[in-house]
Design a protein around this ligand. Structure first.
Ligand code: NAD
Length: 358
């Protein structure tokens, strides 16, 4: 299949620049997305369009759209074009609106199976995603806010432990280095590690925990920054680091823990196991994912008791663990309340953040 790239230059394919700009935004989220073939942009399952048929229908609707018309889109599928007026919105869309007692993951997956809904994330179905660069400033500002609040303004000589190098989490290693820290990012999918290295967001890669910890210890001692991608599962690596008596200065996680079926990989599962179990036994896959999350969050809580600054980075990890019986999961702070609010109060925020705040 042909790879989608956003058009560049001054050639107009639509009837006006408003339509052309929106078409380029749609193409751009796919160009920068994590898995174009599946139309997945980021956050496990956040999609740009309902399916490929809908994608082409969107393109075919935008091209002949007149200035006094409005295209209506429901969860990534165009459903109508109405005569409006030149000052009306050119596109109106609503994505994944599940409310009240229907707002459950079970109900969402049922509708998704029937091809009736997509999860749009904040920026995927809204055609605004620009790659991990979109969250670099936000992640850097959070690390810097932690530095100011807890480490006399500097993360030099400090160790950040995190996980997930996907669409959003992929910004963490570069943001950590920009904040002068030694940052270890645990990632279960080697292709994601390689992608971050290729674009220069991640400096080093290893599948060996001893080597990763040695690099971190060396950088800490010299007060130098370093970013290390470690191939492994956070539900196994975090407890092992704790068992060794190592206490990071800052601990978080940016895996797609909000999604137990498509997002978080349970301990002892390969990526292939997950794909197979999704078909064969989705209930067990979700139960195992939640159990692994609970183990990871219990470890994060113990790091906190031993002095680490620990926070939920907008992926609902606390809620998942709480639902598995980790009663004190909410002793972990959420980044918005702990670090972002003060930045907002000072008007020091220009990047939209789209995490799941549970
Ligand atoms: P993504 O799905 O693109 O990437 C998640 C990564 O986690 C993948 O590379 C996956 O292989 C890895 N992973 C899954 N389970 C793992 C495990 N057990 N151990 C190690 N690695 C594992 O998702 P994303 O776009 O990076 O978003 C991650 C989370 O951040 C989502 O829950 C999203 O909602 C949230 N989010 C936060 C913010 C924020 O500003 N804080 C903004 C947007 C999204």
């Amino acid at each position: 299949m042909e790879r989608i790239k956003a058009a560049r230059g001054s050639a107009l394919r639509c009837k006006g620049w408003r339509q052309e700009a929106l078409l380029r935004m749609l193409e751009n989220v796919l160009e920068n997305g994590e898995n174009q073939q599946e139309l997945v942009v980021y956050a496990a399952l956040a999609k740009a369009a309902r399916d490929w048929k809908s994608f082409h229908a969107l393109v075919d609707s935008l091209k002949p759209l007149n200035d006094d018309e409005t295209l209506v889109i429901q969860s990534g599928k165009p459903i109508g074009i109405f005569k409006t007026h030149a000052f009306a919105p050119i596109v109106i869309m609503a994505n994944c609106n599940l409310v009240g007692r229907w707002a459950t993951s079970e109900h969402f997956y049922q509708l998704q199976e029937k091809g009736l809904i997509i999860w749009g994330g904040l920026t995927a179905a809204a055609w605004q995603y620009i790659g991990s660069q979109g969250v670099i400033q936000g992640t850097y500002e959070i690390f810097s806010a932690i530095a100011r609040k807890h480490f006399n303004g500097s993360l030099a000589g400090r160790f950040i432990l995190t996980a997930g190098l996907g669409g959003m989490g992929g910004a963490q290693p570069l943001a950590g280095v920009m904040a002068n820290a030694a940052i270890l990012c645990v990632e279960v999918d080697e292709a994601r590690i390689d992608k971050r290295m290729q674009v220069g967001y991640l400096q080093r890669k290893t599948g060996n925990l001893n080597e990763a910890l040695a690099w971190i210890a060396e950088a800490k001692a010299k007060k130098e920054s370093v970013s290390v991608g470690l191939l492994g599962n956070a539900a196994e690596i975090y407890p092992e680091i704790l068992r060794r008596g190592i206490v990071p200065d800052i601990v978080t996680d940016q895996t797609s823990a909000h999604d137990l079926l498509y997002g978080y990989i349970p301990a002892c599962y390969s990526l292939e196991d997950v794909r197979r179990m999704r078909e064969e036994n989705p209930e067990k896959l979700q139960a195992d994912a939640r159990a692994s999350i609970a183990r990871e969050v219990e470890t994060m809580l113990e790091f906190k008791r031993r002095g680490s600054i620990v926070f939920d980075n907008g992926n609902n990890i606390r809620t998942q663990a709480y639902q598995h019986g980790v009663k004190d999961a909410f002793d972990i702070d959420i980044f918005t309340e702990a670090f972002l609010r003060s930045l907002f109060c000072r008007g020091n925020w220009s990047v939209p953040l789209g995490g799941v705040v549970g």
